[in-house]
Design a protein around this ligand. Structure first.
Ligand code: TYD
Ligand code: MG
Length: 470
C-alpha cells in the first residue's frame, strides 16, 4: 500500500504547500490552507487501483489534418451568441460568473429554453433552488412549455449517472458550481478542493460526451469568481454577467474564450418577463440625456466589434476640503488623475481645489483609453459652466504631452454617431477618417479643446485666459 500523502492547498489562489502554515506564500492571505489528498490518492479512490500503469503509445497528428468539427450551437438569443463567439462549441465548458441576483439563472434558463425549443436536448441542474422555484421562474419567463429537463441535485456522481442514463444532452447547465460536491474529494462542500474536483468531473464529461457544460460561479465581494481561480483555467470560456443593480441593463462579457474573441459585449435589459435583448444599446444609454446642462459629453466607443455611444458626466465644484474629492463610476480613477494632470500641466486648467465627480451613464463601464477626450470635454464643460453642443460626439486618447492621439475604428464610431442623429464629431487628427455623414472636426492638442469649449476662460480665474490678440 502506497504511503498516503497529502498537501495543503490555499483556498484563495490554489497554491500547493507541502506542510501547513498560517500564511500562503502564493498570495499572502492568512488561514487559507486546507489539507487535501494528493492527486494519486484521488485517482486510487476513483478507480479503485493505483495509477501506476504504463502509458500507451499515441499516434501523433499534424496541424493541417482535416477536423470533424461539429457545428456551433446557436441559442437564437443574438446577444448571447455574439459573446460566445458565434454560438456554443460542442464539448466545451463555459463558466459564467456574476453577483448574486444579477440574473445568471434567468439568462441560463432562457438560453436553455431557447435551445430546447430548437430541438436540442437540454438538462438544467439546480443546486441552489427547488425545482418548483425554477418552474415558477420559467412560467414568469413564458418558458414553461419548453422541453427542458430539470433536476435539483448537488452530488456530481448522481448528476453524471443521470446524464449517462438518459439521451445525450447538447447542453447541461449547472447552477451553481459552488453547491456541488463529489465523493472523490475529501473536503467540505464549497471548498476549493470540492469545487475543483466537481468542475474537473463535469469538464471531463463535456469532453467525452460532446455536450456543452455551462457552470454558474458566484462572485466574491472583491469581484473575483469565488474561491477557485483554478476553475477559470480549466474551462474553455469564462463569461461575466454584471450591471448596476439600480439600472435594468445587464452586460454579458467574455473574459476568456478559447473559441472566439473576448472583447464582445452583450447587452440585456431586465424586465418583468425576464431578460430582453438590447439590439441597439446606444439608444438605450443615451435615452435620458439632458443636453442643456454643462458637464455631459457623448463618447463614441467600441465594445468588441460594435460601436457604442455612452454619455460621460462630470461635475466640477469648488471644494471645502483640504484634499478635494475624486469620485469615479464606470471609469478608471487612475486615468482620471492622468487627464486632470494633463489639463493642469499642459492647458493651465487647475482643478486641485475642486471636487470632481465623474460617472458613465446607465451603469456602463468603459475601459478604452479612447474615452479620454470625452472625459476631458465633460470636465472642461463643467468647470466652465458651458453646456457642450448636444449633437457632438468625442473620442481620442490623450498623451501625457497634451496631444490627442488617434484611436482605432474611427469609421465605425462615426457611422454609429451619424446613425443616431449626431451631426458632428471632435476627433484626433487622422488621415482619411470617413465621416459617415457626421461633420468631423480634428483637435491635435488638448489645449485647443479647452480654448474651443471655453474661449473666454473660466470664471474665478485661476488659469490664464487665452491671450486676446486673435
Ligand atoms: P436571478 O436569475 O435569480 O439571479 P442570479 O441567478 O444571478 O442570482 O435573477 C434575480 C433577479 O432578477 C431578481 O431580483 C428578480 C429579477 N427578475 C426580474 O426582474 N424579472 C424576471 O423575469 C426574473 C425571472 C427575475
Ligand atoms: Mg441563481
Amino acid at each position: 500500500m502506497a504511503k498516503r500523502q497529502s498537501h495543503f492547498v490555499c483556498q484563495e489562489c490554489g497554491a500547493v504547500h507541502s506542510r501547513w502554515q498560517g500564511k500562503c506564500e502564493g498570495c499572502g492571505s492568512w488561514n487559507t490552507l486546507v489539507e487535501e489528498a494528493s492527486a494519486e490518492d484521488i485517482m486510487t479512490k476513483a478507480t479503485g487501483k493505483a495509477s501506476r500503469t504504463k502509458g500507451k503509445r499515441l499516434s501523433l497528428s499534424r496541424l493541417d489534418e482535416p477536423i470533424d468539427e461539429a457545428p456551433r450551437i446557436l441559442s437564437g438569443i443574438g446577444e448571447f451568441d455574439r459573446v460566445t463567439g458565434g454560438g456554443l462549441v460542442p464539448g466545451s465548458a463555459v463558466l459564467i460568473g456574476g453577483d448574486p441576483g444579477i440574473g445568471k439563472s434567468t439568462l441560463l434558463l432562457q438560453t436553455a429554453a431557447a435551445l430546447s425549443r430548437a430541438g436540442h436536448h437540454v438538462v438544467y441542474v439546480t443546486g441552489e433552488e427547488a425545482t418548483a422555484q425554477v418552474q415558477l421562474r420559467a412560467r414568469r419567463l413564458g418558458a414553461d412549455t419548453a422541453p427542458v429537463s430539470l433536476a435539483a441535485e448537488t452530488s456530481v456522481e448522481t448528476i453524471l449517472e443521470t446524464l449517462a442514463a438518459g439521451p445525450a444532452p447538447a447542453l447541461v447547465v449547472i447552477d451553481s458550481i459552488q453547491t456541488l460536491h463529489t465523493s472523490i474529494a475529501e473536503a467540505a462542500p464549497g471548498t476549493v478542493t470540492q469545487v475543483r474536483a466537481s468542475a474537473q468531473a463535469l469538464i471531463r464529461y463535456a469532453k467525452l460526451s460532446g455536450a456543452v457544460v455551462i457552470l454558474v460561479g458566484h462572485v466574491t465581494k472583491d469581484g473575483q469568481l469565488a474561491g477557485p481561480r483554478v476553475v477559470e483555467h480549466m474551462v474553455d470560456a469564462v463569461l461575466t454577467f454584471d450591471g448596476d443593480p439600480s439600472h435594468a441593463f445587464r452586460l454579458l462579457r467574455g473574459v476568456k474564450n478559447r473559441f472566439g474573441p473576448t472583447d464582445e459585449l452583450g447587452v440585456f435589459e431586465m424586465t418583468g418577463g425576464g431578460l430582453a435583448e438590447v439590439v441597439n444599446p446606444s439608444e438605450l444609454f443615451l435615452g435620458e440625456r439632458d443636453v442643456s446642462s454643462p458637464g455631459a459629453a457623448v463618447f463614441a466607443g467600441m465594445e468588441g466589434t460594435r460601436p457604442l455611444l455612452v454619455e460621460v458626466q462630470a461635475l466640477v465644484a469648488p471644494s471645502r476640503l483640504g484634499t478635494p474629492r475624486r469620485a469615479v463610476i464606470g471609469w478608471d480613477s487612475a486615468r482620471l488623475s492622468m487627464v486632470l494632470a494633463v489639463l493642469e500641466a499642459r492647458c493651465g486648467l487647475v482643478l486641485s481645489s475642486h471636487d470632481i465627480y465623474l460617472a458613465v451613464a446607465g451603469g456602463m463601464r468603459i475601459a478604452e483609453p479612447a474615452a479620454d477626450l470625452a472625459v476631458a470635454a465633460a470636465l472642461i464643460s463643467s468647470r466652465a459652466g458651458v453646456a457642450l453642443p448636444g449633437d457632438l460626439v468625442y473620442f481620442g486618447e490623450i498623451s501625457l504631452s497634451g496631444r490627442v492621439r488617434a484611436v482605432p475604428h474611427s469609421t465605425g464610431r462615426l457611422k454609429e454617431a451619424a446613425k443616431l442623429g449626431f451631426t458632428g464629431a471632435i476627433v484626433p487628427p487622422q488621415a482619411g477618417a470617413e465621416g459617415g455623414g457626421a461633420r468631423v472636426s480634428e483637435v491635435a492638442l488638448l489645449a485647443d479643446l479647452v480654448h474651443r469649449i471655453a474661449p473666454n476662460g473660466f470664471t474665478d480665474e485661476r488659469s490664464k485666459p487665452p491671450s486676446g490678440d486673435d
